[in-house]
Design a protein around this ligand. Structure first.
Ligand code: PLP
Length: 431
């Protein structure tokens, strides 16, 4: 065990997830590659944790942040006007598609979702929330309290009442093999049943990830949330789209994941990719929802001038280089390549996703039983081939691929060659 790992274990919480039998320390990064403290360089197919949307050491971002630092204004207080925040909010509000949108900046996805839940419960005067099974929305009190994923349900106590709805994880659907249309109909019937039988009817909101992130990049059929929204409207229930992983064009076909469902949510939350490594998150809401708070509120660091400057430069980079289109193109090539790899390896049960958000679900050879041990083997074998990938899923058996959206043609080839070899090696380990 390395000296740093010893020190980490001594002073940091046991529950902080760490990858690899021998965890790595990243000391340098450029393009889509990171270098560890032993001098080894990896192609990062997880973009940090979907945080480094455009990759590392991008001059446009570093220059903008440096210029802001040079002003000396590391002053952070929303008690005063912050030009960088106003300008970023204007751009995000316009991109959101939400009518009369307002934006509140936070430091993380967790805080963004906590704020969304606070506003929804206040607006509706109800603390009843609907969430999806297998969902994850953050690690604070309310967000942990509503997670639908056992592996992340850290606290038994929750300040909100939550009921769970099916739909996010079609590969392990309780409804059996159905066409997409019938699957959506079954999920809508379940939603109605959940509202009618497990709540008092006065539900504040439904919160959902358009593609479940921590849950294993589970991808519901297009239109599911649009169909849900029709039911929610009948009851006046607000729809919150958690776009922390799916925002900023990562899913390729759309800028926001929820757009695949033909519905404009009442609120959207974001974080991760916007800062390209800097800490920034936030919430976009209809004006009447955002302004329903009567008490004072503040985020001391949320949208501070440095983070807002970096985020604005990142957003401009995504738009000017049309990285959404690159995510669609490279994502389609990755998906096709992975489906070929799946056909040759019985430990791959499912390949799914959109754009550069692709999940590879691993199973015991030939069947459908989740195989967390296969995922551990693939993680180690990809590392040995100088690739970093993510892991997750309800059963910890899903390899998650979400490289920076600047991924190139050559890097797709390199990634597929390494993934193919790693998955084949893991298949052999299991046989
Ligand atoms: N929502 C989703 C969908 C996430 O994937 C995450 C983090 O993984 C969060 C919220 C929480 O974000 P953060 O870790 O920035 O608090």
């Amino acid at each position: 065990m390395s000296e740093l790992l010893d020190r980490h274990r001594a002073v940091l919480p046991d529950w902080l997830a760490l990858y690899y039998e021998e965890p790595i320390e990243i000391v340098h990064a450029a393009g889509r590659r990171v270098t560890d403290s032993t001098g080894r360089t990896y192609l990062d197919l997880f973009a940090g944790i979907l945080t480094n949307a455009i990759g590392y050491d991008v001059a446009e971002i570093s220059d903008a942040v440096r210029k802001q630092l040079d002003t000396g204004v590391l002053h952070t207080s929303t008690l005063y006007l912050i030009r960088q925040q106003v300008e970023l909010a204007e751009k995000i509000a316009k991109l959101s598609g939400i009518p009369d949108a307002k934006v509140f900046f936070t430091n993380s996805g967790t805080e963004a979702n906590e704020t969304a839940l606070m506003l929804a419960t206040q607006y509706r005067r109800s603390n009843q929330v609907l969430a999806m099974r297998n969902s994850y929305h953050g690690r604070a009190f309310a967000t942990v309290g509503i997670t639908g994923n056992r592996g992340w349900a850290a606290s038994a106590l929750s300040p909100v009442k939550v009921s769970y709805v099916h739909g996010g994880y079609p590969y392990r659907s309780p409804f059996g093999e159905l066409s997409e249309k019938d699957y959506i109909a079954a999920c809508v019937a379940d939603l109605r049943d959940v509202i009618q039988t497990t709540t008092a009817g006065d539900v504040a909101c439904m919160i959902a990830e358009p593609i479940q992130g921590v849950g294993g990049f589970c991808t519901p059929p297009d239109g599911l949330f649009g169909a849900f929204a029709e039911v929610l409207r009948e009851y006046g229930i607000l729809l919150i789209s958690d776009e922390v992983q799916t925002g900023w064009g990562r899913t390729g076909e759309h800028f926001w994941g929820m757009q695949a469902h033909d519905v404009v949510p009442d609120m959207m939350t974001f974080a991760k990719g916007l800062g390209n490594g800097l800490a920034i998150g936030g919430l976009i809401a209809r004006k009447d929802v955002m302004d329903c708070l009567t008490a004072n509120s503040i985020s001391t660091f949320g949208g501070n001038p440095v983070a807002a400057t970096g985020a604005h430069a990142t957003l401009d980079y995504v738009l000017e280089h049309d990285l959404q289109a690159n995510a669609a193109r490279q994502g389609a090539r990755m998906l096709a390549g992975l489906r070929e790899i799946a056909a040759a390896n019985p430990i791959v049960g499912d390949v799914r996703g959109k754009g550069l958000m692709i999940g590879v679900e691993l199973v015991e050879p030939g069947g459908k039983e989740p195989s967390p041990r296969a995922a551990v083997r693939v993680l180690e074998h990809t590392k040995a081939r100088n690739l970093l990938v993510g892991k997750g899923g309800m059963h910890n058996n899903v390899i998650r691929l979400a490289p920076p959206m600047t991924l190139t043609d050559d890097e797709v080839e390199e990634a597929l060659a390494g993934l193919g070899a790693a998955i084949a090696a893991a298949t052999q380990d299991l046989e």
